[in-house]
Design a protein around this ligand. Structure first.
Ligand code: FDA
Length: 502
C-alpha cells in the first residue's frame, strides 16, 4: 500500500567518498524495502573533493559485501592492498615501535581474555612479549597475507583485515554502481539554500546556473564546508582541539614500494606524526602536525625526508580542527562524512564513521513526518562513537613517555576527558578495559595500545588462577609455535596480490 508520508526525494550534497558511500546503499536498500524515492546527488568538479583517506578498518569488507561488490574487482579498481593493522614507531619513545593488529592475543580461556592470563604470568615472572601471541603482528613481521580460514578459532584465523585503497578511485567505483542503481547525478555548485517557512526545514538547493534541486531529506556530504548542517541548520561544533591540537596535514604521493607491507605505518615526529600507506600503484604519505609547535616548511622537510620512494607530486596542505558536530541530524538534514566532524586519521576512523552513519540512517530512516526521536537516536549514537574514537586517539598521545619535545611534554601532561581518565586508571589498576562504545574499538585494541606504550597493570584478574602456572606456560608456548608455523606457510602479501590480479 502506498504510504502518503513516504519520502519522495532524497538529495545528497557532495560527491566525495561520503556522498557516494551514502548514495549506493540508500539506492539499493530503499528499493529492496519497497520505498523508492528519487535520489539525486549534487557535486561540483570545480570545488573537488578532499582527495585523501586511504586506510580503513575491517568493517569496510562487510560494507562492500552488502553492496554486492566483487572483491577481486574492487581490489583491482581501487589499487587496493591488504591491511592487518598499524605499526606505531617512535610513539612510546624514540626508537621503540609496536603494532596494533586487527585481532586478539590468543583465544579466550574460560570467559577470560588471553591477555588476562598473559598478565598473570607476567606478574609471576618472565613471559614473552604480548605481541608474540597476535597473529596479525606475526603476519606483518613476516610480510605475509592470506584471508583467515573459516572454522573454529585457531592460529589460522585469529585475525581480521581491512584495505588500503585509493579513495578517489573508490568513490568513482561506487559512483558507477550508484548510477546503475538509479541515482541521479547533478553537476553544479550550490550557491543558495531555500528553507520552508515555519519549521525551517531545507526545501531546495539553488545552483549557480539557476537550477533548483528540491527534496524531502537532505544528506550533507559537503565535506569540511558543512554547507547544510552548519551553514544552514547551525548544528554547532564541539571543538576538541584542546585535546587533539594537531591542526594541519601535508599529503604527498610517492612511487610504489618494491614490496608492499600489509599494514599502515605511523611514525611520531617532533610535533605530530607521519603516515605511510602502501597501494598497488603508489604510496600515500602524509604528515599531521600541530602548527603551534612546527612550521609548514619544517613539516614538509620531515615528510619528504622520510618518504620510502621518490615523491611524484608536491605536498598538498590541509587544515582542520578536531571535533564533532553537536548534532549530526537537524530537521531534515543529516551530516555524513567530514561535515559531521573530524578526528585525525591516526586509527583510520573517518571512512568507518561514514559507513556507520549510513547504516544508522537506514536503520532510522524517517518518513516526511520526521519524528524527532529518530534524529535524537541518530545523534546519540554518533556522539558516543565520536567520543570513544576521540578517547582512543588521545590515548596514543597521553601514554607517550617522550619528553624530548615541548609538543610531547604538553600532550603527556594535559587533562583528559573523564571517560579516558577512567579507562586508563581502570587499566593501570586491574588490566580491565571499560566498554566506551559497544560498536567501537574493542578490548584487544585498547590492550594493544596500552601494552605497546609500556603500561603494565598493577594487578591481574583474580579469576585467572584456576590453571596452574606450568600448564598455562605450556599453553602459551604451544600457541606461539602454532602461530609462527601457520604464518610461515602463508604467501607473501605481494604474492597474494599478484595471484588475485591474475
Ligand atoms: P569531500 O571533501 O571529499 O567531499 C565534499 C564534496 O562536497 C565534494 O564532492 C564537493 O565538490 C562537494 N561540495 C562542497 N561544497 C559544494 C557546493 N557548494 N556545491 C556543490 N558541491 C559541493 N579517512 C580514513 O578513513 N582513512 C584515512 O586514512 C584518512 N586519511 C585522511 C587524511 C587527512 C589529512 C584528512 C584530512 C582526512 C583523512 N581521512 C581519512 C578522512 C577522509 O578523507 C574523509 O572522511 C573522506 O574522504 C570523506 O570526505 P567527504 O566526502 O566527507 O568530503
Amino acid at each position: 500500500m502506498h504510504d502518503p508520508q513516504a519520502l519522495r526525494k532524497i538529495v545528497i550534497l557532495g560527491g566525495g567518498t561520503a556522498g557516494w558511500m551514502a548514495a549506493l546503499p540508500l539506492a539499493q536498500r530503499l528499493r529492496r524495502g519497497g520505498a523508492a524515492p528519487v535520489i539525486e546527488l549534487v557535486e561540483s568538479a570545480e570545488i573537488g573533493t578532499i582527495g585523501v583517506g586511504e586506510a580503513t578498518l575491517p568493517p569496510i569488507r562487510f560494507f562492500n559485501a552488502s553492496l554486492g561488490l566483487d572483491n577481486a574487482e574492487f581490489i583491482r579498481r581501487t589499487q587496493a592492498s591488504f591491511k592487518l593493522g598499524i605499526e606505531f614507531a617512535d610513539w612510546g619513545k624514540v626508537g621503540e615501535s609496536f603494532f596494533h593488529g586487527f585481532g586478539d592475543h590468543g583465544p579466550p580461556i574460560d570467559t577470560r581474555s588471553s591477555y588476562a592470563y598473559w598478565l598473570r604470568l607476567r606478574h609471576e615472572g618472565a613471559i614473552g612479549a604480548l605481541a608474540d601471541w597476535s597473529v596479525p603482528t606475526e603476519m606483518a613481521r613476516q610480510g605475509r597475507f592470506t584471508p583467515p580460514l573459516e572454522g573454529p578459532p585457531s592460529a589460522a584465523n585469529a585475525y581480521a583485515y581491512a584495505f588500503h585503497f585509493d579513495a578517489g578511485l573508490y568513490a568513482a567505483y561506487l559512483r558507477e554502481h550508484a548510477l546503475a542503481a538509479g541515482v541521479v547525478r547533478t553537476e553544479g555548485q550550490v550557491v543558495e539554500v531555500e528553507r520552508r517557512p515555519g519549521d525551517g526545514f531545507v526545501s531546495a538547493l539553488r545552483l549557480a546556473d539557476g537550477r533548483r534541486v528540491e527534496g524531502d531529506l537532505f544528506i550533507d556530504c559537503s565535506g569540511f564546508r558543512a554547507l547544510l548542517i552548519e551553514g544552514v541548520m547551525q548544528a554547532g561544533f564541539e571543538d576538541w582541539s584542546h585535546w587533539l591540537p594537531c591542526d594541519r596535514a601535508l599529503a604527498v604521493p610517492s612511487g610504489r614500494m618494491a614490496q608492499l607491507p600489509p599494514f599502515t605505518r605511523s611514525a611520531a615526529t617532533p610535533a605530530g606524526w607521519t603516515w605511510r600507506i602502501p597501494l598497488q600503484h603508489r604510496t600515500g604519505n602524509g604528515h599531521v602536525y600541530c602548527s603551534r609547535f612546527m612550521d609548514d616548511d619544517e613539516a614538509a622537510r620531515l615528510l619528504l625526508a622520510g618518504l620510502p620512494t621518490p615523491a611524484t607530486d608536491v605536498p598538498r596542505p590541509i587544515r582542520f580542527t578536531a571535533g564533532r558536530r553537536r548534532r549530526c541530524w537537524v530537521g531534515n538534514v543529516v551530516a555524513v562524512g567530514l561535515s559531521s566532524g573530524f578526528l585525525e586519521p591516526l586509527e583510520s576512523t573517518s571512512i568507518q564513521l561514514i559507513l556507520d552513519a549510513v547504516g544508522r540512517l537506514l536503520m532510522l530512516l524517517p518518513d516526511r513526518s520526521f519524528e524527532p526521536h529518530l534524529a535524537a537516536e541518530f545523534n546519540r549514537l554518533m556522539a558516543r562513537q565520536y567520543e570513544s574514537i576521540r578517547d582512543f586517539i588521545i590515548l596514543h598521545y597521553t601514554l607517550s613517555r617522550r619528553d624530548d619535545q615541548p609538543f610531547w611534554r604538553e600532550l603527556r601532561t594535559m587533562p583528559l576527558p573523564d571517560t579516558l581518565a577512567h579507562q586508563i586508571a581502570l587499566f593501570r589498576d586491574s588490566g580491565r578495559v571499560a566498554v566506551l562504545d559497544p560498536d567501537g574499538f574493542a578490548e584487544p585494541s585498547w590492550v594493544a595500545i596500552m601494552n605497546g606504550m609500556g603500561v603494565l597493570p598493577r594487578r591481574h584478574d583474580p579469576l585467572t588462577h584456576g590453571i596452574d602456572a606450568a600448564a598455562l606456560r605450556g599453553h602459551f608456548a604451544r600457541l606461539r609455535e602454532a602461530i609462527v608455523g601457520t604464518v610461515r606457510t602463508m604467501p607473501s602479501h605481494d604474492a597474494f596480490l599478484a595471484a588475485l590480479a591474475a
